[in-house]
Design a protein around this ligand. Structure first.
Ligand code: HEC
Ligand code: HEC
Length: 391
């Protein structure tokens, strides 16, 4: 089972959003007459006058010490860099195209280590295809919405084919977030190719056409994909009835959000208080004090490298391993955690090195970065061990 905490993901999203707002706030702050555009300004943006005819890209406030006076207006290109979404109808998708066949090659080389052959999962990371894609007697693909009713023993799995509502998201998600260790390293054409391959593995059709090896996907065709679970979300926030659906959802707060009217008098016994009846409200099972091993409140930072300069090993670690090894949320031994590394090293350095090179469990071969040589991996692992020693 995949281990990332949903809460962490939400925090990440909130952070990303708040920085978008910070940019917006910065642009709202420009005051007419104080700045002007000058050649040589960052990204064609505005510059601010300082003393003696000098201009800088940053607002330098000599008059006021009150209020927040920092930053500069976001430039058009900076805003463009943040404006990366694509709508379900394809608006916002870039030019480009790629075939299922090319996608197959790229997927094998860059994605299969984590997402499994043909997107089938089994490597501890999300499964991208398969799940339960049986069709019922009417030829309708069973999705998460309805497959339980069919009484299948195969548990519902969230894959692109069984769960995702919109296919354009697949393009933007891969382009912006994958491969996990080197996001944004693929060209738009390559992303179209991989997207086509994943759609093909999910046995989807576009305009009644199957996606065979020669099939070439582009923005226009991607916008036509209708995913089987599109209407399985509640409330349905797409289409002309969106507003109505959302209002109805929030109108029934007690049912949909679990916020009923509070009972203040003659309330039904919630049970459980006499030790005999069963509690209707299930208590939070693990309180902080019951967690084994107990939560740590202090965290040891990895030791400083000599002279304060960053070693080559540490740079490689930062670029390819830190993502998973900085904490234990992904199930990886966290660098700096002495006990965990001591128990890892009981296997002996040779085995641990082979595991780092060939992969083991949730650890992809070379952390997913095949550009690293075996010697690089050895150097990094030594760095990880040294940074995790008692000191
Ligand atoms: C080193 C491991 C790794 C590699 C390599 C990798 N991924 Fe991922 N992928 C992940 C992880 C971890 C997540 C979950 C991220 C999250 O939920 O925040 C993920 C999520 C995804 C998802 C979303 C799945 C879902 O249903 O939520 C897609 C699609 C995806 N990856 C595609 C790709 C593609 C395409 C490639 C190759 C270009 C790739 N990944 C390479 C680890 C990897
Ligand atoms: C996508 C997440 C991910 C990345 C990136 C990653 N690791 Fe790991 N690593 C893991 C997980 C998960 C484990 C625990 C595997 C297990 O025991 O099942 C692990 C375990 C290890 C171990 C212990 C192996 C053992 O025998 O117990 C070493 C050493 C290691 N990683 C080195 C590295 C190095 C070096 C890099 C960078 C080049 C790296 N890892 C990048 C997830 C990752």
């Amino acid at each position: 089972m995949f281990k990332l905490d949903r809460k962490l993901i939400t925090i990440g999203m909130t952070l990303a959003m708040s920085s978008t707002f910070a940019l917006a706030a910065a642009s709202a702050q420009c005051i007419p007459g104080v700045y002007e555009s000058k050649p040589g300004a960052i990204d064609g943006g505005v510059t601010y006058p300082r003393k003696n005819g000098i201009y800088t890209a940053y607002r330098y406030n000599t008059q006021s010490t009150k209020g927040v006076w920092f930053g500069r207006a976001a430039t058009a290109n900076e805003i463009k860099a943040w404006d990366v979404d694509a709508l379900p109808d394809g608006t916002g998708l870039p030019e480009g195209e790629g075939s299922v066949e090319l996608g197959d090659e790229l997927y094998e080389a860059q994605c299969a280590v984590c997402h499994g052959e043909f997107g089938g999962g089994g490597k501890g990371y999300p499964q991208l295809a398969g799940g339960n894609q049986d069709k019922d007697e009417n030829g309708i693909v069973k999705t998460l919405k309805n497959q339980r009713q069919y009484g299948n023993t195969d548990a519902p799995k969230r894959t692109v084919g069984t769960y995702w509502p919109v296919a354009t998201t697949l393009f933007t998600y891969i382009r912006d977030a994958m491969p996990y260790a080197h996001p944004k390293s693929l060209t738009n054409d390559e992303v179209y190719a991989i997207t086509a391959y994943i759609l093909a593995q999910n046995e989807l059709e576009i305009d009644g056409e199957e996606l065979d090896d020669e099939y070439v996907l582009n923005a226009e065709k991607l916008a036509k994909v209708v995913l089987p679970n599109r209407d399985g979300f509640y409330p349905n926030i797409d289409g002309p009835k969106a507003q109505e659906n959302i209002r109805a959802f929030f109108a029934d707060r007690a049912k949909n959000i679990g916020m009923g009217t509070r009972c203040m008098k003659d309330c039904k016994d919630p049970g459980g208080q006499d030790g005999k009846t069963e509690a209707t409200v299930v208590k939070i099972k693990y309180e902080m004090k019951d967690v084994v091993p107990p939560y740590a409140y202090a965290k040891d930072l990895p030791p400083e490298t000599e002279g304060g300069s960053v070693s080559k090993a540490e740079k490689m670690y930062d670029a390819s391993c830190k993502l998973c090894h900085a904490t234990d949320t992904m199930g990886a031994p966290a660098v700096g955690d002495t006990n965990t590394w001591e128990s890892v090293m009981k296997k002996g350095m040779d085995t641990v090195l082979v595991n780092a090179i060939k992969g083991t469990g949730g650890m992809p071969p070379k952390g997913g970065n095949m550009d690293l040589s075996d010697a690089d991996i050895k150097e990094i692992v030594e760095f990880m061990i040294n940074s995790s020693k008692k000191h």
